[in-house]
Design a protein around this ligand. Structure first.
Ligand code: SF4
Length: 320
């Protein structure tokens, strides 16, 4: 039988904090439909989508709602799950289930469960009821909003990256409200595109915005290319811009990250490109007093990380 998405699964090899946390995947698919999303091309995701007779952009819960909620409650109260990440192959605030209340019901169960820490990473926007729940249980949740500097630039070639997302301003405002209420909140500049997201104007304006909102924790993580995202990337990014972005990547075996299954093999930036981009971005973050890390899954050969005030390579604890 072909493997399918599991409701709860331990962190996998090739992802951060291997062995230290679990993932929850309440549904297959994601309404945000990001063109760079690797989940769409993973075999477990497509097997689940076919089983549920749907497509990636029309997410469907893995089980009927009553069963889904009772299974989440059972496993979250088993005592075997301490740190839970939401999610690997979808977004807990995908609009369908934020709007119909299913996301709230899941988070309410987790807030009252034996799970000690719930780490949300999202490109979505929580509704008011959920915002109040997260604030009321601030010791339980870590909130991570993914947003990119080039999203602030009018006419950016990456404009379609955000086509299905709620407006950036609203998402950052929600993050700021949670942060002010004491929920540990981190902005994930992800996927960070060298040459566009580290552009002086875009990065400067974005960091100013974060600073004004008192959002002072940042993680950044570079875009990876894999075979599975090529179709959606070609459809979303104008050809000339895509060619320019791809010219910065090394498609040789030496720059393969997340090796393993055919569907997870990805390619990273050329050494000199990522080194220059990291140095520029980390320099700006450092200068402006941000707490920050670079995702450690993306190796940067020859980077001198000692010149920054803080350990800038993520050790898996920064946004836990
Ligand atoms: S929000 Fe995340 S899971 Fe959803 S489409 Fe975008 S990258 Fe994929």
């Amino acid at each position: 039988m072909s493997a399918k998405i599991e409701l709860f699964s331990p962190g996998a090899l090739g992802t951060c904090w291997y062995g230290k946390y679990h993932y929850l995947e309440p549904w297959a698919g994601c309404g945000h439909s990001c063109p760079y999303c690797y989940a769409r091309s993973r075999a477990v995701v497509s097997n689940s989508l076919s089983g549920l007779k749907t497509s990636f952009d029309k997410p469907v819960p893995l089980l009927p709602e009553k069963e889904l909620l009772s299974e989440i409650s059972r496993q979250a109260n088993s005592g075997e799950i301490n740190v839970l990440k939401l999610c690997r192959y979808t977004d807990i605030f995908t609009p369908e289930f934020t709007d119909n209340g299913l996301t709230f019901k899941i988070l309410e169960i987790l807030a009252a469960s034996k799970v000690k820490r719930v780490i949300i990473t999202t490109k979505g926007l929580p509704d008011r009821k959920t915002m109040e729940l997260l604030k009321a249980r601030k010791e339980r949740f870590s909130y991570n909003a993914a947003a990119r500097p080039s999203a602030t630039v009018t006419g950016s070639p990456l404009a379609k990256f955000d086509a299905c997302l709620k407006p950036l301003e609203a998402r950052l405002k929600a993050a700021a409200e949670l942060s002010a209420a004491g929920v540990q909140t981190t902005i994930h500049m992800d996927p960070f595109v060298a040459g566009l997201d580290d552009d002086d104007k875009a990065l400067g304006a974005f960091l100013d915005k974060l600073h004004a909102l008192k959002l002072n924790r940042v993680m950044f993580s570079y875009l990876l290319f894999s075979k599975g995202i090529m179709g959606t990337m070609r459809a979303a990014v104008p050809q000339a811009a895509l060619d320019k972005i791809m010219a910065d990547y090394d498609f040789s075996a030496a720059h393969t990250v997340l090796p393993g299954n055919e569907d997870s093999v990805s390619q990273s930036l050329r050494n000199e490109v990522i080194r220059a981009s990291v140095e520029k971005t980390a320099g700006e973050l450092d200068r402006r007093g941000f707490e920050f890390v670079l995702c450690s899954l993306k190796s940067v050969r020859g980077l001198d990380a000692t010149k920054y005030k803080r350990n800038m390579i993520c050790d898996g604890k920064f946004y836990a």
